[in-house]
Design a protein around this ligand. Structure first.
Ligand code: 4NP
Length: 146
């Protein structure tokens, strides 16, 4: 299973989702490949935001070695599932899809809801971590059943 997490900058939300799902999958002995990317290219090559690194580290997960990358159309062929954090990400990723098969790989990380962007609000990193963690546990459970 190859999973891609997508947000805007690839320095806050999608690195957390990437790190958490990778951590939980490894813990459960699943041979999954997890990655992340941003619809914007401003932070390409950078490590996650220090606040994201910190909240992950406080919860026992190291995301500091991740590096931001820009979502590319060929990612549709490489990944089995593409999870996006909000509706703008959904619109931006779907705009690059060229077939129903590619579109079907894309879904909101939280069904019918969004992961709020913590970039401009330091106080959101803790609740965003918890939100992503809870949903990651669910996703892993659902994918193991399917
Ligand atoms: P992310 O948060 O999409 O969760 O990585 C953001 C990071 C950077 C910016 C916006 C959102 N930015 O405008 O640089």
């Amino acid at each position: 299973m190859k999973i891609l997490m997508v947000c805007l900058g690839n320095i806050c939300r999608s690195p957390l989702a990437h790190g958490i799902v990778e951590y939980l999958a490894t813990e459960q002995g699943l041979d999954w490949s997890v990655d992340s990317a941003g619809t914007g290219n401003w932070h390409v090559g950078q490590a996650p935001d220090p606040r994201a690194i910190k909240v992950a580290r406080n919860n026992g997960i190291d995301i500091s070695t991740q590096r931001a990358q820009h979502f590319q159309p060929h990612f549709f062929d490489h990944y089995d599932l593409i999870f996006v954090m909000d509706r703008q990400n959904l619109q931006d990723v779907l705009a690059l899809a060229e077939s129903d098969g590619q579109r079907q790989k894309v879904s909101l990380f939280i069904e019918n809801d969004v992961v709020p962007d913590p970039y401009y609000d330091d106080d959101l990193f803790d609740p965003v971590f918890s939100l992503i963690y809870r949903r990651s546990v669910q996703i892993i459970g659902q994918l193991q059943q399917s």
